[in-house]
Design a protein around this ligand. Sequence first.
Ligand code: URA
Length: 208
Amino acid sequence: MENVFVSQHPLVKHKLAKLRSVTTEPKKFRELVREIAGLLTYEATLDLELDSFEVTTPLEKMNGSILKEKIGLVPILRSGLGMVEGIWDLMPSAEVWHIGLYRDEKTLKPVEYYNKLPIEPRVSVCLILDPMLATGGSASATIDVLKRWGVKRIKFVGIIGAPEGIRHVHENHPDVPIFLAEVDRQLNEHGYILPGLGDAGDRQFGTG
Ligand code: URA
């Protein structure tokens, strides 16, 4: 599918298999989420624009590059939070904006309960973070909010996507590229991804 990028990086595949394992404890699980988020963001930010500026090395002056665009990270609460640290390691000046959505267990539809965005966007590129792109409802609703807020470039960075969720986001927002470590088989009747990794929030925060 156009605008869907599945990492082929061996490190991502290696770490993802460990992440999926039922024997992986929360501490290790959090580390892996952080590391995979960083690796995927490395791929997702390949097209960021640069400005040139003069750097003085110990030997002479030269033209160096600096990121031109202000980046906003929008983790979908709560499991997207674990991805932030890994991306901050790469882009420490990225701003983090919170939008809280929960999935209604009956309808599986997203309900917005928290929104801390200021009136005007201060960033030109937003990365929406959610390890699991399941139904695509939360991702799509978050993209709606960010577009209404006026963000010009939005990208979704997840870890595992279900075909149903990818289709949902792609149909509603074909302009938003989706970066994933893997696309899995399907959703089960409770909206969990199969084979997946279980509940990414519970596994990070030890609440399962
Ligand atoms: N959210 C999760 O944490 N896991 C899934 O499989 C689907 C949604």
